[in-house]
Design a protein around this ligand. Structure first.
Ligand SMILES: *Cc1c(COP(=O)(O)O)cnc(C)c1O
Length: 466
Protein backbone atom coordinates (compact mmCIF):
# COMPACT_ATOMS: atom_id res chain seq x y z
CA UNK A 1 0.00 0.00 0.00
CA UNK A 2 1.28 3.44 -0.83
CA UNK A 3 0.04 6.53 0.88
CA UNK A 4 0.16 9.65 -1.23
CA UNK A 5 -1.27 12.74 0.35
CA UNK A 6 -3.31 15.01 -1.86
CA UNK A 7 -0.93 17.21 -3.78
CA UNK A 8 -0.28 18.60 -7.26
CA UNK A 9 1.06 16.24 -9.90
CA UNK A 10 4.80 15.67 -9.67
CA UNK A 11 5.58 17.59 -12.86
CA UNK A 12 3.81 20.70 -11.56
CA UNK A 13 5.61 20.52 -8.23
CA UNK A 14 8.92 20.16 -10.05
CA UNK A 15 8.17 23.13 -12.29
CA UNK A 16 7.38 25.36 -9.31
CA UNK A 17 10.45 24.09 -7.49
CA UNK A 18 12.59 24.92 -10.52
CA UNK A 19 11.02 28.36 -10.84
CA UNK A 20 11.31 29.50 -7.23
CA UNK A 21 13.42 27.26 -5.02
CA UNK A 22 17.22 27.55 -4.97
CA UNK A 23 18.84 24.29 -3.78
CA UNK A 24 21.98 24.07 -1.60
CA UNK A 25 25.14 22.62 -3.20
CA UNK A 26 23.34 22.22 -6.55
CA UNK A 27 23.78 23.43 -10.12
CA UNK A 28 20.33 25.02 -10.34
CA UNK A 29 19.87 25.14 -14.11
CA UNK A 30 20.89 21.52 -14.52
CA UNK A 31 18.46 20.34 -11.84
CA UNK A 32 15.67 22.47 -13.31
CA UNK A 33 15.97 20.58 -16.61
CA UNK A 34 15.80 17.22 -14.89
CA UNK A 35 13.36 17.96 -12.06
CA UNK A 36 14.00 17.30 -8.38
CA UNK A 37 12.62 14.16 -6.80
CA UNK A 38 9.78 15.23 -4.49
CA UNK A 39 9.82 13.50 -1.10
CA UNK A 40 6.43 13.54 0.55
CA UNK A 41 6.68 11.35 3.67
CA UNK A 42 8.91 8.97 5.54
CA UNK A 43 8.76 6.17 8.06
CA UNK A 44 11.56 4.21 9.73
CA UNK A 45 14.37 4.04 7.15
CA UNK A 46 12.13 4.56 4.11
CA UNK A 47 11.21 7.71 2.22
CA UNK A 48 8.18 7.94 -0.06
CA UNK A 49 8.19 10.20 -3.10
CA UNK A 50 5.36 11.96 -4.91
CA UNK A 51 4.94 9.01 -7.26
CA UNK A 52 4.55 6.59 -4.37
CA UNK A 53 8.01 5.00 -4.70
CA UNK A 54 9.61 3.77 -1.48
CA UNK A 55 13.26 4.70 -1.20
CA UNK A 56 15.68 3.22 1.35
CA UNK A 57 17.44 6.17 2.95
CA UNK A 58 21.03 5.00 3.32
CA UNK A 59 22.10 8.49 4.43
CA UNK A 60 19.68 9.20 7.32
CA UNK A 61 18.70 12.40 5.54
CA UNK A 62 21.90 14.41 5.78
CA UNK A 63 23.58 12.14 8.36
CA UNK A 64 21.06 13.19 10.97
CA UNK A 65 17.93 11.04 11.34
CA UNK A 66 19.48 8.71 13.92
CA UNK A 67 16.18 7.52 15.44
CA UNK A 68 14.59 7.04 12.01
CA UNK A 69 11.56 8.77 10.56
CA UNK A 70 8.04 8.92 11.92
CA UNK A 71 8.59 9.01 15.68
CA UNK A 72 5.31 10.40 16.99
CA UNK A 73 6.86 11.11 20.41
CA UNK A 74 8.96 13.87 18.89
CA UNK A 75 5.98 15.41 17.10
CA UNK A 76 3.95 15.35 20.30
CA UNK A 77 6.69 16.96 22.38
CA UNK A 78 7.00 19.72 19.77
CA UNK A 79 3.25 20.37 19.77
CA UNK A 80 3.12 20.45 23.56
CA UNK A 81 6.09 22.80 23.81
CA UNK A 82 4.64 25.10 21.15
CA UNK A 83 1.42 25.45 23.15
CA UNK A 84 3.21 26.05 26.42
CA UNK A 85 6.14 28.29 25.42
CA UNK A 86 6.81 28.46 21.67
CA UNK A 87 9.68 30.87 22.01
CA UNK A 88 11.70 32.80 24.46
CA UNK A 89 15.33 33.89 24.40
CA UNK A 90 18.13 33.38 26.91
CA UNK A 91 20.06 36.61 26.19
CA UNK A 92 19.05 38.98 28.95
CA UNK A 93 19.23 37.06 32.21
CA UNK A 94 16.33 34.72 31.45
CA UNK A 95 16.23 31.01 30.79
CA UNK A 96 13.63 28.29 30.24
CA UNK A 97 13.03 24.68 31.15
CA UNK A 98 13.85 22.99 27.81
CA UNK A 99 17.26 24.73 27.54
CA UNK A 100 18.09 23.89 31.17
CA UNK A 101 17.01 20.28 30.83
CA UNK A 102 18.85 19.72 27.55
CA UNK A 103 22.08 21.40 28.71
CA UNK A 104 22.20 19.33 31.88
CA UNK A 105 21.40 16.10 29.99
CA UNK A 106 24.22 16.86 27.54
CA UNK A 107 26.62 17.49 30.42
CA UNK A 108 25.73 14.02 31.70
CA UNK A 109 26.18 12.30 28.30
CA UNK A 110 29.28 14.08 27.02
CA UNK A 111 32.68 12.66 27.96
CA UNK A 112 35.16 14.13 30.45
CA UNK A 113 34.42 17.55 31.85
CA UNK A 114 32.49 18.78 28.82
CA UNK A 115 29.79 20.22 31.04
CA UNK A 116 28.71 23.54 29.50
CA UNK A 117 26.61 24.10 26.40
CA UNK A 118 26.35 27.16 24.16
CA UNK A 119 23.37 26.55 21.85
CA UNK A 120 23.12 27.37 18.16
CA UNK A 121 20.64 26.65 15.39
CA UNK A 122 22.98 24.42 13.37
CA UNK A 123 26.42 22.87 13.16
CA UNK A 124 27.73 25.77 11.08
CA UNK A 125 26.61 28.29 13.65
CA UNK A 126 28.13 26.22 16.43
CA UNK A 127 31.49 26.20 14.65
CA UNK A 128 31.24 29.96 14.22
CA UNK A 129 30.72 30.09 17.97
CA UNK A 130 33.79 27.89 18.47
CA UNK A 131 35.96 30.11 16.32
CA UNK A 132 34.97 33.22 18.23
CA UNK A 133 35.09 31.44 21.58
CA UNK A 134 38.62 30.03 21.27
CA UNK A 135 39.98 33.41 20.15
CA UNK A 136 38.13 35.17 22.95
CA UNK A 137 39.43 32.52 25.38
CA UNK A 138 43.07 33.22 24.55
CA UNK A 139 42.51 36.99 24.48
CA UNK A 140 40.92 36.77 27.93
CA UNK A 141 44.03 34.92 29.14
CA UNK A 142 46.19 37.77 27.84
CA UNK A 143 47.17 36.24 24.47
CA UNK A 144 45.14 38.04 21.78
CA UNK A 145 47.75 37.09 19.15
CA UNK A 146 47.01 33.40 19.74
CA UNK A 147 44.23 33.43 17.15
CA UNK A 148 45.08 30.95 14.37
CA UNK A 149 42.94 27.86 14.08
CA UNK A 150 44.49 24.85 12.36
CA UNK A 151 42.13 22.66 10.38
CA UNK A 152 42.46 20.13 7.57
CA UNK A 153 41.98 19.98 3.84
CA UNK A 154 38.80 18.18 2.83
CA UNK A 155 37.27 18.80 6.27
CA UNK A 156 33.64 19.88 6.51
CA UNK A 157 32.68 22.29 9.27
CA UNK A 158 29.64 23.99 7.76
CA UNK A 159 28.62 26.59 5.23
CA UNK A 160 28.68 29.93 7.07
CA UNK A 161 31.71 32.18 6.51
CA UNK A 162 33.37 30.80 9.62
CA UNK A 163 32.31 27.20 9.10
CA UNK A 164 33.34 27.12 5.45
CA UNK A 165 36.66 28.79 6.26
CA UNK A 166 37.38 26.21 8.96
CA UNK A 167 36.39 23.56 6.46
CA UNK A 168 38.88 22.55 3.82
CA UNK A 169 36.69 22.19 0.77
CA UNK A 170 38.40 23.65 -2.30
CA UNK A 171 35.13 24.09 -4.14
CA UNK A 172 33.72 26.17 -1.29
CA UNK A 173 36.84 28.30 -0.86
CA UNK A 174 36.74 29.10 -4.57
CA UNK A 175 33.49 30.99 -4.16
CA UNK A 176 32.87 34.13 -2.12
CA UNK A 177 36.38 34.99 -1.01
CA UNK A 178 37.23 32.28 1.52
CA UNK A 179 38.86 31.35 3.77
CA UNK A 180 38.83 34.25 6.21
CA UNK A 181 42.30 35.10 7.66
CA UNK A 182 44.10 33.07 10.31
CA UNK A 183 42.78 29.66 9.42
CA UNK A 184 45.55 27.23 8.45
CA UNK A 185 44.90 23.92 6.69
CA UNK A 186 47.08 20.82 6.98
CA UNK A 187 46.67 17.58 4.98
CA UNK A 188 44.05 14.94 5.73
CA UNK A 189 44.67 11.30 6.77
CA UNK A 190 43.23 9.87 3.53
CA UNK A 191 45.52 6.89 2.96
CA UNK A 192 43.68 5.46 -0.07
CA UNK A 193 44.10 8.60 -2.17
CA UNK A 194 47.23 10.16 -0.72
CA UNK A 195 49.15 7.45 1.12
CA UNK A 196 51.54 6.63 -1.72
CA UNK A 197 53.95 3.82 -0.80
CA UNK A 198 53.58 4.23 2.95
CA UNK A 199 51.69 1.73 5.08
CA UNK A 200 48.47 3.15 6.52
CA UNK A 201 50.13 3.27 9.97
CA UNK A 202 53.19 5.18 8.75
CA UNK A 203 50.97 7.52 6.79
CA UNK A 204 48.67 8.17 9.78
CA UNK A 205 51.69 9.21 11.87
CA UNK A 206 53.10 11.38 9.10
CA UNK A 207 49.83 13.22 8.61
CA UNK A 208 49.35 13.72 12.36
CA UNK A 209 52.86 15.13 12.63
CA UNK A 210 51.89 17.84 10.15
CA UNK A 211 50.00 19.36 13.07
CA UNK A 212 53.20 19.58 15.11
CA UNK A 213 55.09 21.03 12.14
CA UNK A 214 52.37 23.64 11.59
CA UNK A 215 52.41 24.64 15.27
CA UNK A 216 56.18 25.04 15.14
CA UNK A 217 56.15 26.98 11.88
CA UNK A 218 53.33 29.30 12.87
CA UNK A 219 54.59 29.56 16.45
CA UNK A 220 52.82 28.02 19.43
CA UNK A 221 52.07 31.56 20.67
CA UNK A 222 49.97 32.14 17.53
CA UNK A 223 47.90 28.92 17.49
CA UNK A 224 44.58 28.91 19.35
CA UNK A 225 43.15 25.53 18.43
CA UNK A 226 43.04 22.52 16.17
CA UNK A 227 39.65 21.43 14.83
CA UNK A 228 38.83 18.06 13.25
CA UNK A 229 36.03 15.57 12.76
CA UNK A 230 36.88 12.22 14.42
CA UNK A 231 35.98 10.69 11.03
CA UNK A 232 35.62 13.09 8.08
CA UNK A 233 32.02 12.77 6.95
CA UNK A 234 31.24 14.98 3.97
CA UNK A 235 34.86 14.55 2.88
CA UNK A 236 33.94 10.96 1.96
CA UNK A 237 33.85 9.02 5.27
CA UNK A 238 37.62 9.05 5.53
CA UNK A 239 38.48 6.66 8.35
CA UNK A 240 41.89 7.67 9.71
CA UNK A 241 44.64 5.05 10.16
CA UNK A 242 44.86 3.68 13.73
CA UNK A 243 48.00 5.71 14.44
CA UNK A 244 46.47 9.09 13.61
CA UNK A 245 44.40 10.14 16.61
CA UNK A 246 46.80 8.94 19.33
CA UNK A 247 49.52 11.08 17.75
CA UNK A 248 47.19 14.09 17.38
CA UNK A 249 46.24 13.75 21.06
CA UNK A 250 49.93 13.56 22.04
CA UNK A 251 50.62 16.77 20.12
CA UNK A 252 47.61 18.57 21.59
CA UNK A 253 48.83 17.56 25.08
CA UNK A 254 52.38 18.69 24.38
CA UNK A 255 51.44 22.16 23.17
CA UNK A 256 49.23 24.76 24.72
CA UNK A 257 46.41 24.68 22.18
CA UNK A 258 42.75 23.72 22.39
CA UNK A 259 41.32 20.65 20.64
CA UNK A 260 37.90 21.00 19.02
CA UNK A 261 36.26 17.74 17.93
CA UNK A 262 33.51 18.38 15.40
CA UNK A 263 31.06 15.67 16.45
CA UNK A 264 28.20 16.90 14.25
CA UNK A 265 28.09 13.56 12.41
CA UNK A 266 30.06 11.30 14.77
CA UNK A 267 28.04 12.27 17.85
CA UNK A 268 24.94 10.51 19.18
CA UNK A 269 25.76 6.92 18.36
CA UNK A 270 27.08 7.06 14.81
CA UNK A 271 30.48 5.45 15.43
CA UNK A 272 29.40 2.82 17.96
CA UNK A 273 29.70 5.02 21.04
CA UNK A 274 27.80 8.13 22.05
CA UNK A 275 30.65 10.25 20.67
CA UNK A 276 33.41 9.75 18.12
CA UNK A 277 35.84 11.10 20.74
CA UNK A 278 35.15 7.97 22.79
CA UNK A 279 35.68 5.68 19.78
CA UNK A 280 39.09 7.28 19.17
CA UNK A 281 39.95 7.91 22.81
CA UNK A 282 40.48 11.64 22.39
CA UNK A 283 39.98 14.36 24.97
CA UNK A 284 38.63 17.51 23.29
CA UNK A 285 38.23 20.86 25.05
CA UNK A 286 35.19 21.63 22.92
CA UNK A 287 32.88 19.49 20.81
CA UNK A 288 30.51 20.68 18.09
CA UNK A 289 27.10 19.00 18.06
CA UNK A 290 24.05 19.19 15.74
CA UNK A 291 22.41 16.70 13.32
CA UNK A 292 21.82 13.57 15.49
CA UNK A 293 21.22 15.81 18.53
CA UNK A 294 17.59 16.14 17.39
CA UNK A 295 17.72 13.38 14.75
CA UNK A 296 17.01 16.26 12.36
CA UNK A 297 13.44 16.71 13.62
CA UNK A 298 14.30 20.30 14.64
CA UNK A 299 17.23 22.53 13.66
CA UNK A 300 19.55 22.73 16.66
CA UNK A 301 23.28 22.63 17.31
CA UNK A 302 25.71 23.65 19.98
CA UNK A 303 29.19 23.81 21.43
CA UNK A 304 29.87 21.72 24.52
CA UNK A 305 32.89 23.10 26.36
CA UNK A 306 35.12 21.97 29.22
CA UNK A 307 34.99 23.32 32.77
CA UNK A 308 38.23 25.21 32.16
CA UNK A 309 37.17 26.89 28.90
CA UNK A 310 33.77 27.78 30.34
CA UNK A 311 35.33 29.25 33.44
CA UNK A 312 37.63 31.53 31.42
CA UNK A 313 34.79 32.68 29.14
CA UNK A 314 32.36 33.14 32.04
CA UNK A 315 34.83 35.31 33.94
CA UNK A 316 35.74 37.55 31.00
CA UNK A 317 32.69 39.81 31.02
CA UNK A 318 30.03 39.65 28.31
CA UNK A 319 30.64 37.13 25.52
CA UNK A 320 29.25 39.28 22.69
CA UNK A 321 27.79 36.45 20.69
CA UNK A 322 24.48 34.63 20.33
CA UNK A 323 21.67 33.60 18.04
CA UNK A 324 17.98 34.51 18.29
CA UNK A 325 17.29 30.80 18.33
CA UNK A 326 20.08 29.72 20.72
CA UNK A 327 18.42 27.08 22.88
CA UNK A 328 15.08 27.44 21.09
CA UNK A 329 12.53 25.85 23.44
CA UNK A 330 10.79 23.69 20.83
CA UNK A 331 14.08 22.48 19.32
CA UNK A 332 15.52 21.86 22.78
CA UNK A 333 12.45 19.91 23.92
CA UNK A 334 12.55 17.76 20.79
CA UNK A 335 16.31 17.15 21.18
CA UNK A 336 15.80 16.09 24.79
CA UNK A 337 13.08 13.64 23.79
CA UNK A 338 15.33 12.34 21.01
CA UNK A 339 18.10 11.69 23.55
CA UNK A 340 15.59 9.87 25.71
CA UNK A 341 14.66 7.59 22.79
CA UNK A 342 18.33 6.95 21.95
CA UNK A 343 19.08 6.09 25.57
CA UNK A 344 15.97 4.31 26.87
CA UNK A 345 15.37 2.26 23.74
CA UNK A 346 19.09 1.40 23.71
CA UNK A 347 19.31 2.56 20.08
CA UNK A 348 22.99 3.54 20.37
CA UNK A 349 23.86 0.23 22.06
CA UNK A 350 21.84 -1.95 19.67
CA UNK A 351 23.29 -0.24 16.60
CA UNK A 352 26.79 -0.86 17.96
CA UNK A 353 26.40 -4.45 19.13
CA UNK A 354 23.74 -5.97 16.86
CA UNK A 355 23.66 -4.03 13.61
CA UNK A 356 27.20 -2.71 13.07
CA UNK A 357 28.93 -6.13 13.11
CA UNK A 358 26.30 -7.52 10.73
CA UNK A 359 26.65 -4.59 8.33
CA UNK A 360 30.47 -4.55 8.58
CA UNK A 361 30.77 -8.12 7.41
CA UNK A 362 28.75 -7.42 4.28
CA UNK A 363 30.30 -4.02 3.66
CA UNK A 364 33.87 -5.40 3.81
CA UNK A 365 32.88 -8.00 1.19
CA UNK A 366 32.46 -5.17 -1.29
CA UNK A 367 36.25 -5.21 -1.57
CA UNK A 368 35.73 -8.28 -3.78
CA UNK A 369 33.64 -6.25 -6.22
CA UNK A 370 35.59 -5.42 -9.41
CA UNK A 371 34.87 -1.69 -9.03
CA UNK A 372 35.78 -1.35 -5.35
CA UNK A 373 39.24 -0.71 -3.91
CA UNK A 374 38.81 -0.16 -0.19
CA UNK A 375 35.66 -0.56 1.90
CA UNK A 376 35.77 1.32 5.21
CA UNK A 377 33.21 1.33 7.97
CA UNK A 378 33.03 2.39 11.63
CA UNK A 379 29.77 2.01 13.52
CA UNK A 380 27.10 2.90 11.01
CA UNK A 381 29.10 5.16 8.71
CA UNK A 382 30.90 3.63 5.77
CA UNK A 383 32.46 4.32 2.40
CA UNK A 384 33.90 2.54 -0.59
CA UNK A 385 36.54 3.88 -2.95
CA UNK A 386 35.88 3.04 -6.59
CA UNK A 387 38.91 2.43 -8.77
CA UNK A 388 39.79 1.19 -12.27
CA UNK A 389 42.89 -0.57 -10.81
CA UNK A 390 42.92 -1.91 -7.27
CA UNK A 391 46.60 -2.74 -6.88
CA UNK A 392 47.82 0.76 -7.65
CA UNK A 393 44.82 2.44 -5.94
CA UNK A 394 44.47 4.43 -9.15
CA UNK A 395 41.98 7.22 -9.66
CA UNK A 396 39.92 7.29 -12.87
CA UNK A 397 41.08 9.18 -15.95
CA UNK A 398 37.66 10.86 -16.09
CA UNK A 399 37.23 14.05 -14.02
CA UNK A 400 36.87 13.27 -10.30
CA UNK A 401 33.24 12.60 -9.45
CA UNK A 402 32.20 11.38 -12.91
CA UNK A 403 32.08 7.76 -11.78
CA UNK A 404 30.64 8.68 -8.39
CA UNK A 405 27.81 10.58 -10.01
CA UNK A 406 27.01 7.65 -12.28
CA UNK A 407 26.95 5.27 -9.31
CA UNK A 408 24.71 7.62 -7.36
CA UNK A 409 22.30 7.78 -10.30
CA UNK A 410 22.14 3.98 -10.38
CA UNK A 411 21.40 3.92 -6.62
CA UNK A 412 18.67 6.51 -7.06
CA UNK A 413 17.14 4.47 -9.88
CA UNK A 414 17.19 1.43 -7.58
CA UNK A 415 15.46 3.36 -4.79
CA UNK A 416 18.49 3.60 -2.55
CA UNK A 417 19.92 6.87 -1.28
CA UNK A 418 23.67 6.47 -1.24
CA UNK A 419 25.73 9.61 -1.70
CA UNK A 420 28.91 10.07 -3.69
CA UNK A 421 31.87 12.21 -2.69
CA UNK A 422 34.17 12.36 -5.68
CA UNK A 423 34.46 8.68 -6.64
CA UNK A 424 33.71 7.34 -3.16
CA UNK A 425 30.25 6.08 -2.26
CA UNK A 426 29.07 6.56 1.30
CA UNK A 427 26.38 5.29 3.65
CA UNK A 428 25.15 6.53 6.98
CA UNK A 429 21.77 4.86 7.61
CA UNK A 430 19.45 5.60 10.53
CA UNK A 431 20.70 3.81 13.67
CA UNK A 432 17.38 1.94 13.88
CA UNK A 433 17.98 0.04 10.65
CA UNK A 434 17.18 -3.68 11.10
CA UNK A 435 19.12 -6.68 9.82
CA UNK A 436 16.48 -7.29 7.13
CA UNK A 437 16.82 -3.68 6.04
CA UNK A 438 20.63 -4.01 6.00
CA UNK A 439 20.16 -6.97 3.61
CA UNK A 440 17.92 -4.79 1.43
CA UNK A 441 20.42 -1.92 1.51
CA UNK A 442 23.27 -4.22 0.52
CA UNK A 443 21.26 -5.88 -2.25
CA UNK A 444 20.38 -2.52 -3.78
CA UNK A 445 23.95 -1.24 -3.34
CA UNK A 446 25.48 -4.29 -5.07
CA UNK A 447 22.94 -4.11 -7.90
CA UNK A 448 23.75 -0.41 -8.37
CA UNK A 449 27.52 -1.04 -8.32
CA UNK A 450 27.11 -3.91 -10.84
CA UNK A 451 25.16 -1.64 -13.15
CA UNK A 452 27.70 1.16 -12.72
CA UNK A 453 30.53 -1.21 -13.54
CA UNK A 454 28.74 -2.51 -16.65
CA UNK A 455 28.03 1.06 -17.79
CA UNK A 456 31.66 2.13 -17.30
CA UNK A 457 32.85 -0.89 -19.23
CA UNK A 458 30.43 -0.21 -22.08
CA UNK A 459 31.49 3.44 -22.24
CA UNK A 460 35.22 2.71 -22.02
CA UNK A 461 35.63 4.57 -18.73
CA UNK A 462 37.48 1.92 -16.70
CA UNK A 463 40.70 3.79 -17.37
CA UNK A 464 43.27 4.77 -14.72
CA UNK A 465 44.48 8.36 -14.58
CA UNK A 466 48.04 8.55 -15.84
C1 LIG B 1 26.85 19.03 8.63
C2 LIG B 1 28.09 19.39 9.34
C3 LIG B 1 28.29 20.68 9.85
C4 LIG B 1 27.34 21.79 9.58
O1 LIG B 1 26.10 21.61 10.19
P1 LIG B 1 24.83 22.41 9.61
O2 LIG B 1 23.76 22.05 10.59
O3 LIG B 1 24.60 21.96 8.22
O4 LIG B 1 25.17 23.85 9.66
C5 LIG B 1 29.43 20.91 10.58
N1 LIG B 1 30.33 19.94 10.80
C6 LIG B 1 30.17 18.69 10.33
C7 LIG B 1 31.19 17.65 10.65
C8 LIG B 1 29.05 18.38 9.56
O5 LIG B 1 28.92 17.15 9.05
Amino acid sequence: MTLISNHMPTAELQALDAAHHMHPFTAGAELAKKGARVITRADGVFLTDSDGERILDGMAGLWCVNVGYGRKELAEVAARQMSELPYYNTFFQTTHVPAIALASKLAELCPGDLNHVFFAGSGSEANDTNLRMVRHYWAAKGHPEKNIVISRKNAYHGSTLGGASLGGMGGMHAQGGLPIPNIHHINQPNWWSEGGDMSPEEFGLARARELEQAINELGEHRVAAFIAEPIQGAGGVIVPPSTYWPEIQRICDAYDILLIADEVICGFGRTGNWFGSQTYDIRPDIITIAKGLSSGYQPIGGSVVSDEVASVIDNAGDFNHGYTYSGHPVAAAVALENLRLLEEEKIVETAATEIAPYLHEQWKQLEDHPLIGEAKIVGLMGSVAMTPHKESRAAFASPVGTVGYRARERCFANNLVMRHVGDRMIICPPLVITRAEVDELMARAVKSLDETYAGLKADGLLVPAS
